[in-house]
Design a protein around this ligand. Structure first.
Ligand code: NAD
Ligand code: TYD
Length: 345
């Protein structure tokens, strides 16, 4: 029986990976190692919490002793590292936690994985390592030009993984997924934040002109992409995971409002995010060669079904928007909204 350690498995994408695979692969053990930061949530794992092949350990990936003990106790074969500080705006306000988890944490995981002699290390990375892509599409060999503390720390973590492969022969694969959407995403990211704010009739702070372009990938497609790379990727290689569905933030906002039947005058054009990347876009052919294709269409079923999920699951997100979130909201948005331009201007 194989054992897969899923770090950060209580977050948005990691929990989707666990929910999908625990039920479909009863012959594989899944161990979640998660620190349960503000973004980690055991409600994301309720669907599998009673399954015999699911185990949960609360711990920090930067704590090498905890990682070593977990790898040994469960006789782990494969590590899939989702654990990260993941929100760009928070990395601008307080970058320390990003360096600690996304770089130092990856280093601790790599050291423990090497010592334990695991079979494969899967690093979940992001299209943001390429930085702003004014035109064309990033390929896996393109240079890294990260612009935010988040993307720079993810680039650092990824480069450490590569170095452990080259220097120590650690079997590893890297995935670079694009902007991901779906159920159970912490309501600070664009889609769940704007959806839940609009449901309450609150203003939607759209940064700058709202014409920044992102590539919208459904979480189920992202999870299948990571699984494909884990199972069939060549050691030492990185793979882009792109839905090839480029939309401006304005378009995304309009889709959300239309689905909810809420008015466009909720939109506020607020001062831009510092260092805001204008466009991300990747070439997906390398992963297509492994047989993966995205199944969801953002402007078709994808966005609307996701918005409806938040509309129908207030039990999940409403408690998350109290306490710590209120403090973050104040810091991130109060001054911006005070400086907002009225709609239409
Ligand atoms: P998330 O913020 O929802 O979840 C992160 C999880 O990691 C949480 O459960 C948190 O408790 C845990 N965690 C944080 N620090 C930890 C630590 N030191 N030790 C153990 N656990 C810790 O993030 P997500 O959106 O699910 O992203 C998962 C991964 O995918 C990240 O590595 C992110 O960089 C990458 N990614 C995300 C997107 C996206 O659009 N969300 C796109 C591409 C890549
Ligand atoms: P986000 O969901 O934070 O993902 P990322 O920064 O990783 O791409 O943001 C997606 C886009 O939406 C990004 O261009 C920033 C923009 N955005 C806003 O305009 N207003 C907001 O309040 C948020 C959270 C994001």
């Amino acid at each position: 029986m194989k054992t897969i350690l899923v770090t950060g498995g209580a977050g948005f994408i990691g929990s989707a990976f666990v929910r999908e695979l625990v039920l479909r692969q009863p012959e594989t053990n899944f161990v979640v190692l998660d620190r349960l930061t503000y973004a980690g949530n055991l409600n994301n794992l309720l669907a599998v919490s009673d399954e015999p092949n699911y185990h949960f350990v609360r711990g920090d990936i930067a704590d090498e002793a905890v990682v070593q003990q977990t790898l040994a106790t469960y006789e782990v074969d494969i590590v899939v590292n989702f654990a990260a500080e993941s929100h760009v705006d928070r990395s601008i306000l307080a970058p320390g936690a990003f360096i600690q988890t996304d770089v130092v944490g990856v280093y601790a995981l790599l050291e423990a994985s090497l010592a334990a002699g695991i079979e494969r290390f899967v690093q979940v990375s992001t299209d943001e390592v390429y930085g702003d892509v004014a035109e064309g599409y990033s390929t896996e060999d393109d240079a890294f030009l990260p612009n935010s503390p988040y993307s720079a720390s993810k680039a650092g973590g990824e480069l450490l993984v590569r170095a452990y492969h080259v220097t120590h022969g650690l079997d590893c694969v890297i995935t670079r997924g694009s902007n991901t959407y779906g159920p159970y995403q912490y309501p600070e990211k664009l889609l769940p934040f704007f959806t839940t704010e609009a449901m309450d009739g609150r203003p939607l702070p759209l940064y700058g002109d709202g014409l920044q372009v992102r590539d919208w990938l459904h979480v189920e497609d992202h999870v299948r992409g990571i699984q494909t790379v884990m199972e069939r990727g060549a050691s030492g290689e990185a793979y882009n995971i792109t839905a090839e569905q480029l939309h401006t933030n304005r378009e995304v906002t309009q889709l959300i409002l239309r689905t909810l039947g809420r008015p466009a005058d909720l939109i506020r054009h607020v001062p831009d995010r510092e260092g805001h990347d204008r466009r991300y876009a990747m070439d997906g052919r390398k992963l297509h060669d492994l047989g993966w294709r995205p199944q969801h269409v953002f402007a078709g079923d994808g966005c609307a079904a996701t918005v409806r999920w938040y509309a129908e699951n207030e039990w999940w997100w409403r408690p998350l928007k109290s306490g710590e979130f209120k403090q973050y909201y104040q810091e991130q948005y109060a001054a911006r909204l005070a400086a907002a331009k009225p709609p239409g201007s």
